[in-house]
Design a protein around this ligand. Sequence first.
Ligand SMILES: Cc1ncc(COP(=O)(O)O)c(C=O)c1O
Length: 434
Amino acid sequence: MNNTVDWAKLQADFPILDQKVHGKPLVYFDNAATSQKPRVVIDALVHYYEHDNANVHRGIHELSNRATAGYEAARARAAKFINARCADEIIFTRGTTEGINLVASSWGAKNLKSGDVILLTEMEHHSNLVPWQMIARRTGAKIAYVPVTGDDGLLDLSKLESVLTPRVKIFSMVHISNSLGTVNPVAELCARARKLGIVTLVDGAQSAGHLPVDVQAIGCDFFAFSGHKICGPTGIGVLWGRQELLDAMPPYQGGGEMILSVGYDKTEFKPAPHRFEAGTPDISGPIGLHAAMDYLDAIGRENIWRHDQELANYAYEKLAALKNIRLFGPKPVVGQAFCLSSPSGQFTGKMPVPLPGRAGLVSFLLKDVHAHDVVTLADQAGVALRGGHHCTQPLMHKLGVESTARASFYFYNTQAEVDRFVEVVEEIQKFFGQ
Ligand SMILES: Cc1ncc(COP(=O)(O)O)c(C=O)c1O
């Protein structure tokens, strides 16, 4: 295990983790669904409501000025978090889902027409699938998919050329699969798309809080993530877009805050990002998110990434040693290094781009045991897992299953907790006579 950070000690920063569930110490392994919140984030929310609460961008009074300053400081912090060129490229949303919906309906309505192709991968979360189906129906565009190889959960890049054609107008891809743990080579995919003038979107829901993200090094046009998966509050997220694209996109919703002037028959809109933030926004959300981003970067996302991988590889190897188990997602790469170079192999001095591989989760099925039974029995032992289709129903159909059980890790989890989890899986197998 990595010895530069005392990971077990970090648990003390999370009040919720110090509890028993069904009389057993809580082991929280549902981090891909949502992460827990450290005390600093909870304190930032309480401080905001106790001292600074007011509406933003409107008042000329002290509280409104403070609320606006906090809101805009969070925007600048989010830009730094993903190495955007400037804060104006950051739009606050409710989460990844809303960010992708915004691009699909605003960019999509303006730029897609009948005969165009939207390229996705077969491992997309419904959030990066349904919005595209909706805009495809409205515009007559078609959807194509980069295939997934099978249980090992990799993109079949040998098929990329046949689907990445000049008819593709946008390629929207998941960075880290929430069902498989696959880390996709997004920089390489974006570079291939860019050569054909194709716009790219990266769904960073599972990556932003787990590894250093540099949108300029990735080379995408849009990047979306959710605050609640990176130790921030629920209901806040970020959509990053290249400024020239954002400024050319029509507003997504209309209302207050996003206008320069309004007449009875015509409205002039503000430039991005404000044209995409109609109405009173979530103000405490960005403030809590700001605290979460500071907290994560004080630990270091390259440290978090290493720890995630160590836990996932350890869990994978232990589960793989059991009988009657089917594991999904890429096999761990032995000695997988954290790549400190750009996609081309040249160190650029920018944030490191990790090698494609496996992220901090394991997805599995026990023979003849429904995933929901695994999760229910694990819960009785205090271990919080997730069972179901993980909002990737088409992927589940492709793999010929209805659901999987998933354990997803974060930096406050420990090897001892993985040992406990594997012990519980073995107990479940015994319970079912295996
Ligand atoms: C890969 C991926 N994309 C998108 C989402 C949607 O995120 P949210 O529900 O926060 O909008 C999730 C949530 O689990 C996810 O794992």
